[in-house]
Design a protein around this ligand. Structure first.
Ligand SMILES: Nc1ncnc2c1ncn2[C@@H]1O[C@H](COP(=O)(O)OP(=O)(O)OP(=O)(O)O)[C@@H](O)[C@H]1O
Ligand SMILES: [Mg+2]
Length: 224
């Protein structure tokens, strides 16, 4: 279960203090496929980066299965994130000198969560790529990927450690309608297995499969 308790986030900008999230609380139960929509600049990516432990809120708490994630040390938080959270962010990239397969396998190579041998890790990475219909890209380097391929490889990498929580920021932005359906049905299936999926999207059709949809995170306010 994810519990967001009275989250606020402000940024200092040259024009003053920008309040992006204000006293935002939300509980997301295991097995939920939650969609988040809202205007550009509303704070969706900011919220996702706080839920996934990448960015600290200015105030408030994030509890994941009762663990206050920002009370963990940096080292504990990175291990926690790597094992429990699969994050597909809007600005994510790959290690360019590793192949697609190696990039997908990397989270498992850096973690002992599943106790897999190296060959089992690469088998799992291959299986994920083939689930997304891009097995043939395994030995390519990421710089040749198209937008849609890039998104699917990012999602495959996010699923590598079999995380409890999958957070995806506009993960279907660059893909076709058919691939959007495929990706969201994979998210739906993962949530039916008890995982929590939080999916930010502008695209109403992409949000169709969600159990719940949150339409607006906040309105950004500037205090001079
Ligand atoms: N580090 C930062 N410093 C200052 N302002 C920031 C920072 N990060 C985000 N913001 C501002 O916070 C607001 C919310 O940004 P955010 O990226 O969360 O929006 P979003 O809802 O994801 O938008 P989009 O749909 O365009 O991706 C924006 O006005 C953005 O400019
Ligand atoms: Mg965003």
């Amino acid at each position: 279960m994810i519990e967001l308790k009275n989250i606020s986030k402000t940024f200092q900008t040259p024009r003053g203090t920008k309040s992006v999230l204000s006293d935002f609380s939300l509980t997301v139960n295991d097995g939920t496929f939650l969609g988040i929509s809202g205007e550009s600049g509303a704070g969706k990516s900011t919220l996702l980066s706080i839920i996934t432990g990448l960015q600290k809120p200015s105030s408030g708490k994030v509890l994941i299965d009762g663990t206050d994630i920002f009370s963990l040390s940096d080292k504990e938080l990175s291990a926690f994130r790597n094992e429990n959270i699969g994050f597909v962010s809007q600005e994510q990239s790959f290690l360019e000198n590793l192949t697609v397969l190696e990039n997908v396998a990397l989270p498992a190579l850096l973690s002992h969560k599943q106790n897999l041998s190296k060959s089992e890790i690469f088998l799992r990475a291959k299986k994920l790529l083939s689930d997304f219909g891009i097995a043939e890209l395994s030995e390519q380097y990421p710089n040749v990927l198209s937008g849609g391929e890039n998104q699917r490889v990012l999602i495959a990498r996010a699923l590598m450690n079999d995380p409890k929580i999958i957070a995806a920021d506009e993960a279907t932005d660059a893909v076709s309608e058919k691939q959007t359906k495929e990706i969201t049905s994979i998210f739906k299936a993962l949530s039916s297995q008890g995982k929590t999926v939080i999916f930010v999207s502008h695209d109403k059709a992409a949000l169709e499969n969600c159990d719940e949809i949150f339409m607006q995170v906040s309105k950004v306010r500037l205090d001079f």
